[in-house]
Design a protein around this ligand. Structure first.
Ligand code: MSP
Length: 476
């Protein structure tokens, strides 16, 4: 049986879950659901990143111990994912004992193979980014993303000999042995190799909220270095050889382009050093704005995914987020058009088609035969599109079928066919039924509840009409 291991980034618990986190997590869920449907053995991992200076500071501000603070926030992520129907197989927290033990093993390994060295480091650290910034990156002396002045840090750290692994890594990226998608992201990563990529520090002396290095307990693992290791500690690295052999390497790490350098350079370089296999594919999608503006607390346009679920349902929220612009690219989320899009695509487009058809079948007591796709080529093309994460293409196929089916039903107008002409009525409604079932099959990973409801209503031979899929919103 084919195995598929899919990951999302693990999200920082200083933030509440917002639609940026939701976007990536839904995207990963689509892939996981698709492969499960194809009868693959799937392991879908998500979780939370809970150590480091940023979390410690946020906890202090909230008057809580970091772990208590993380416990609360972690629940918020778990709840949002439940509301959005995210089918993860494992939720990792970097404060889990298992993760800490795995990290210590991995750090020891890096130490043992001679990939680390000690040095004193002076630099400008942005706590918001949890990384050192270069002078060039600053705008008016401040971090351009967090608008705060970085802290001057001078301390003893362990460094990773990145230089030793760069040539090999570059070859692997160039030759697509390590796939970096979409194509422009691969180019971006290849561009990074042309710049100077200094060795990076893997530990922090003064950050107390973290995982101690086994060979020097005065130092904690640097939060990014430790967080990346969640991808292996969650599948048994060092504590379950069988599990680890089954799942690692990951088939795809999904994230946005903001953290591609960590995933496409630092992480594979450390794996090379430790003698572990590299992930097969890194997919870094674009970054979105909301109604043309960057999502930010200051602007006050941060959207809580739970609010979307409350208004549009779980499938509505999933659909509205993924259908905004082609997955992979940068784009704008037109939140001020969510209501209209919900009504036009879901209530009027799909919902109406399903309810009209079910009503007529029920009323005229017409039986339907087994499912047979209205167009097998489209079903296969949609599956391929999903596997290459071209979600917009798969959604477009579904939208085309919805449009075709609506044109067909309007043209044939079965509500005008006399009940006595049962063969004709049956022909039209069975055709529409096969359209609907095909649409449900394509949409299944995107809108699991909707798909299930359609399949149940049209299970046959008799059709039993269900509740409205997408009750139309009253727009004033
Ligand atoms: N904790 C690190 C990741 C460690 S992974 C080993 C981190 N966390 S984060 O909470 O900041 O999440 C960043 C991720 O959230 C992005 O890579 C992306 O997946 C998602 N997004 C956050 N805002 C987004 C947009 N505006 N647009 C697209 N994705 C968004 O970085």
């Amino acid at each position: 049986m084919k195995k598929i291991y899919i990951t999302t980034p693990i999200y920082y618990v200083n933030d509440k879950p917002h639609i940026g986190h939701a976007y990536t997590t839904i995207a990963a869920d689509v892939l996981a659901r698709h492969y499960r449907h194809q009868k693959a053995d799937v392991f879908f991992l998500t979780g939370t990143d809970e150590h480091g200076a940023k979390i410690a500071e946020s906890a202090a501000k909230a008057g809580l111990e970091p772990k208590d603070f993380a416990d609360e926030k972690c629940e918020e992520f778990a709840l949002a994912w439940k509301n959005l129907n995210i089918s993860y197989d494992y939720f990792v927290r970097t404060t889990d004992d298992r993760h800490a033990a795995g990290v210590q093993r991995f750090m020891q390994k890096l130490h043992d193979v001679g990939a680390l060295y000690q040095d004193t480091y002076s630099g400008l650290y942005c706590v918001g980014c949890e990384r050192f910034l270069t002078d060039k990156e600053l705008v008016d002396g401040k971090c351009p993303d967090h608008k705060t002045a970085p802290k001057k840090i001078h301390e003893k750290n362990y460094f990773f000999k990145l230089q030793d692994y760069l040539p090999t890594l570059k070859d692997l990226v160039e030759s697509d042995s390590l796939l970096i998608h979409p194509a422009e992201r691969k180019q971006e990563v290849l561009g990074l190799f042309k710049q100077q990529l200094p060795d990076f520090s893997v530990s922090r002396e003064k950050v107390k909220w973290g995982i101690p290095l086994p060979f020097d307990k005065k130092q904690n693992a640097y939060v990014w270095v430790e967080a990346l290791q969640n991808y292996i500690t969650s599948v048994g690295y060092g504590d379950n050889a069988e599990e680890y052999a089954k799942w690692w390497p990951a088939d795809v790490h999904i994230m946005a382009k903001d953290i591609i350098k960590f995933h496409a350079i630092y992480w594979p370089a450390m794996l090379l050093a430790a003698g572990e296999a590299l992930p097969k594919r890194i997919f870094a999608h674009g970054f979105f704005t909301i109604d043309g503006q960057k999502m930010s607390k200051t602007i006050g346009n941060v959207i809580d995914p739970n609010d979307l679920v409350a208004r549009y349902g779980s499938d509505g929220a999933r659909y509205l987020l993924l259908s905004q612009f082609p997955f992979g690219q940068d784009g704008d989320v037109k939140a001020d058009k969510f209501d209209q899009k919900f009504n036009s695509d879901l209530a009027n487009g799909l919902g109406n088609l399903v309810s009209r058809t079910a009503t007529l079948l029920e009323k005229n007591q017409i039986e339907v035969p087994e499912y047979s796709p209205i167009d097998l080529n489209i079903v296969q093309a949609a599956a391929e599109a999903i596997e290459s994460l071209h979600y917009d293409i798969a959604l477009k196929y579904a939208a085309e079928l919805i449009a075709q089916a609506n044109v067909y039903i309007d043209r044939e107008a079965p509500w005008k066919i006399p009940a006595t002409d049962k063969p004709k009525l049956s022909e039209v409604l069975v055709t529409t039924t096969q359209y609907i079932r095909t649409i449900a099959e394509i949409l299944h990973p995107f809108m699991p509840d909707t798909s299930r409801s359609i399949t149940a209503q049209f299970a046959g031979p008799t059709v039993v009409k269900g509740a409205a899929l997408f009750p139309r919103l009253d727009l004033k």
